[in-house]
Design a protein around this ligand. Structure first.
Ligand code: UDP
Length: 341
């Protein structure tokens, strides 16, 4: 049993009249992105429940107002027992996501990502839950053939993780055709930052991504860090990525659910800012925000890294009326640094 004090209590403003409330199961809702989605749902007056096996998700990310079901997506029985309780929609973020590991242990990714997602779709179909928002990834595109990358870009994942995300998108498309289930697949670019109100306290364990590594270096958790490649054809030789704040990702999930319930057809949408930041620019901005000099080593390129990856998110802007709010890289870093020290 969770002690009440372990969960965060949110202040939820009164709802405007006539707004339709959705009952949403957030699978993977104790994780980094999922917990921000739960907060965004609750703050818009929706009802949220969290389903999570706590393999990487954390109890400190739970909210008092969202029921918690500790469960695994490989447990079809529990999924069914949960989903038959009148949910309008599912947000599915439960997945293994380490790109390198996916190449070494593909079975783990087949089982957790593909089989787990099929279990969710089957339980939804069985229980009559007709809307799903799925956390997909820019990894479905592989090496960019043109920039910015839009949703019409060829789909050639170069790692098994990206392949699993693409296959799940295809399964959802078939469930749309065969089971009348509408989906929105959100292809995230580089997710960064934390809730600016500090309500989400669970830092990711053993982070593999650039910004958390920079933060740990600034905080002295690591002695130093490496920049993977400084000879790319970019403005300063280091890789450029499209960093999108996690609270902006979260708001897109809520909008996607609302639109699906209003009757929007299924859609695949990129989520990014359309702006690129280089590794070096990120490090410089972090030094400025934290006031710390980072111990940086310039190392060789990392296999599979494109020089530049930037999203076109016009489709999300048009279909959802979505617009990222936190786009200043220093502000993004500040929301992360607040948690670090
Ligand atoms: N990167 C780096 N040092 C690190 C981690 C990442 O130079 O310790 C670079 C990486 O090569 C890429 C960028 O930072 O160009 C973003 O990497 P990340 O792993 O965060 O996300 P990805 O773009 O691979 O999904």
């Amino acid at each position: 049993m969770l002690r009440q004090s372990e969960k965060t209590v949110l202040f939820i403003p009164a709802l405007g009249k006539g707004r339709k409330m959705a009952k949403v199961l957030v699978i993977g809702g104790a994780g980094y992105i999922g917990s921000h989605v739960v907060k965004a749902l609750l703050e818009k007056g929706h009802q949220a429940a969290v389903y999570d096996n706590l393999s990487t998700g954390q109890k400190v990310n739970l909210f008092e107002q969202a029921e918690f079901i500790e469960g695994d997506i490989l447990d079809s029985g529990l999924l069914f027992d949960t989903l038959r309780n009148g949910f309008d929609a599912v947000v599915h973020l439960a997945a293994k996501k380490a790109v390198g590991e996916s190449m070494e242990k593909p079975n783990k990714y087949s089982i957790n990502n593909i089989q787990g997602s099929l279990n969710i779709l089957m339980a939804m179909a069985e229980c009559g839950v007709r809307h799903i928002v799925f956390s997909s990834s820019a990894a479905v595109y592989g090496m960019p053939e043109y920039l910015p990358v839009d949703e019409a870009h060829p789909l050639n994942p170069i790692n098994y993780y990206g392949f699993t995300k693409l296959e799940i998108e295809k399964f959802m498309d078939w469930y749309d055709r065969l089971k009348d289930m509408r989906y929105v697949a959100l292809r995230y670019f580089n997710a960064v930052g934390y809730d600016s109100e500090g309500k989400i306290r669970g830092k990711e364990k053993n982070p593999q991504n650039l910004l958390p590594i920079i933060m740990e270096t600034a905080a002295g958790v690591r002695d130093g860090m490496s920049v993977f490649g400084s000879d790319y054809d970019t403005r300063d030789g280091t890789c450029i990525r499209d960093y999108i704040h996690v609270s902006d990702l979260a708001s897109a999930h809520v909008l996607a659910i609302e639109k699906l319930i209003e009757g929007m057809p299924s859609a695949v949408l990129n989520l990014g800012t359309g702006e690129g930041t280089s590794v070096k620019e990120m490090i410089d901005a972090a030094e400025k925000v934290t006031g710390k000099k980072l111990n940086v080593t310039y190392a060789g390129r990392r296999a599979g890294d494109p020089a530049t990856l930037i999203a076109s998110s016009e489709k999300a802007r048009n279909l959802l009326g979505w617009k990222p709010q936190i786009t200043d890289i220093e502000e993004i870093i500040r929301t992360t640094w607040n948690l670090e020290h």
